[in-house]
Design a binder for this molecule. Structure first.
Ligand SMILES: Cc1cc2nc3c(=O)[nH]c(=O)nc-3n(C[C@H](O)[C@H](O)[C@H](O)COP(=O)(O)OP(=O)(O)OC[C@H]3O[C@@H](n4cnc5c(N)ncnc54)[C@H](O)[C@@H]3O)c2cc1C
Length: 412
């Protein structure tokens, strides 16, 4: 059986669910396909930048987020070996949302998905998008139910790829690359009873990796980090009887006293999650693709800047702003291709600089030779950390190419 829509969205992370809400509100018939049951935990540091909170208000989950999320994050710290530097986080010029907050992905993603449902989106979950055929103007996406042998074909003139970047999906070109020592593996766990200040966002720098800690909802601390393949291998050699996560966290705690101090008092809450290798970088073709790419599917910043959720929601907003009034144009291949090019240019302007800067920060943080040079400078001028957080995007509004001052101006 075929089911017809105006747009099919693959993936219901922050990017896919946000785009679904916005397009449905503009009168589009939207199918949203998500392979996993929610709520689900996810490898993520779970910080939401201040500049995204007005967007989440507009998406309809602001109140729920405010009641669940952790305290406003007013300070950043850089933890390196036995030293810690503190600095203020930049403040957004918005009386309601001056600072970012942390919220577990099991909550954030479920809230957005529920809002999509309320907005009239047809949700296929847990269904996996298996194949995509066609081209702009008419796509066919075959989906399979996770718990049965049921299959369906969905059709729509527009296809939106929001499946993240960590797994094979029908619209991405994740090729099996040969293993490299520099491949990054990501780990995350939650802890209770840590002594971490609730307004502090520590960034961790250690030999062969970087990470972060934060107190989010229910006074739960999230520890998430990325570690190079060669450093992970060394950690496993040192602890051969332990799991990869246990070996990796012991390695991080050994190199970074701030993590050891946090873990010394903490009780782990839930299991370790891991993913990898992750491949930060820009995936968006210069002229746009055949599918509209949003979130990590379009490009992934090294998680050291903790901006992936923001970029996911902001790119969904940017796309919806470009598409909303153009539903009829979707059936015409040439017109749709023009919209691909326009969206791709706006995407590059908003996100490519952040992704490149995050790569620079990550490479400094992971290399002791570079970190040894940077640390005395940052110790002397801690305000550089504030500036780095600003450059990384913590208070960066989405530029729709209309009004830079108001992220919500003239949309939809
Ligand atoms: C260690 C680490 C720490 C991080 N910390 C932060 C942080 O503090 N703050 C921050 O903002 N960002 C952080 N990030 C980045 C952030 O997690 C991602 O950028 C964000 O999840 C991207 O959202 P998305 O919607 O594009 O993709 P995802 O959240 O990955 O969602 C994609 C969805 O698509 C589904 N899917 C995939 N394939 C299919 C298919 N074939 N069919 C159907 N469904 C499919 C998946 O199940 C998933 O639910 C961190 C990342 C890492 C690795």
């Amino acid at each position: 059986m075929d089911k017809a829509y105006d747009a099919i969205i693959i993936g219901a992370g922050p990017a896919g669910a946000s785009a679904a809400i916005l397009l449905a509100r503009s009168g589009w018939r939207v199918a949203l396909v998500e392979k996993l049951d929610f709520p689900r935990r996810k490898v993520c540091g779970e910080c939401i930048a201040a500049s995204n909170l007005p967007l989440l208000d507009a998406l309809g989950i602001g109140e729920a987020l405010a009641s669940l999320a952790g305290a406003p994050l007013r300070r950043v710290a850089l933890m390196y070996r036995d030293q810690t530097i503190h600095a203020a986080l930049p403040q957004l010029a918005d009386a309601k949302h001056p600072w970012g907050k942390a919220l577990g992905r099991e909550h954030l993603d479920s809230l957005l998905l529920e809002q999509a449902r309320k907005s009239g989106v047809e949700i296929f979950q847990p269904w996996t998008a298996k194949t995509v055929e066609g081209e702009p103007g008419r796509f066919y996406c075959s989906i399979a139910q996770a718990h049965s042998a049921e299959n369906l074909t969905l059709s729509a003139p527009a296809l939106i790829a929001a499946h993240g970047s960590w797994e094979i999906a029908p619209t991405n070109d994740l090729k099996q690359r040969p293993h490299r020592n520099s491949d990054l593996f990501a780990f995350k766990a939650n802890f209770k009873n840590t002594n971490l200040d609730t307004d502090l966002l520590p960034v961790l720098s250690f030999s062969g990796g970087y990470g972060g800690m934060v107190v989010g909802d229910h006074a739960t601390t999230t520890l998430a980090f990325c570690i190079r393949r060669d450093a992970l291998a060394r950690s496993r050699l040192a602890m051969p009887k332990h799991s990869a996560a246990e070996a990796a966290v012991a390695y991080v705690a050994n190199d970074c006293d701030g993590v050891a101090a946090m873990l010394s008092q903490a009780e782990q809450h839930g299991s370790w999650l891991s993913v990898g290798p992750i491949r930060p970088g820009i995936r968006m073709p210069k002229q746009g693709g055949h599918a509209f790419l949003i979130g990590n599917a379009a490009g992934e910043a090294h998680p050291i800047i903790g901006e992936g959720i923001s970029m996911a929601i902001q790119s969904a907003w940017l796309l919806a702003d470009n598409l909303a009034g153009n539903k009829q144009a979707m059936s015409d291949k040439q017109k749709q291709m023009r919209l691909h090019r326009r969206y791709a240019a706006a995407w590059q302007r908003n996100f490519a600089p952040r992704i490149r800067l995050a790569a620079l920060f990550a490479h400094v943080a992971m290399r002791p030779v570079l970190a040894d040079c940077m640390f005395p400078l940052l110790k002397r001028y801690p305000q550089l950390l504030t500036r780095a957080a600003r450059w990384g995007g913590k208070v960066q509004y989405l530029d729709l190419g209309k009004s830079a001052a108001d992220p919500l101006a003239e949309t939809m």
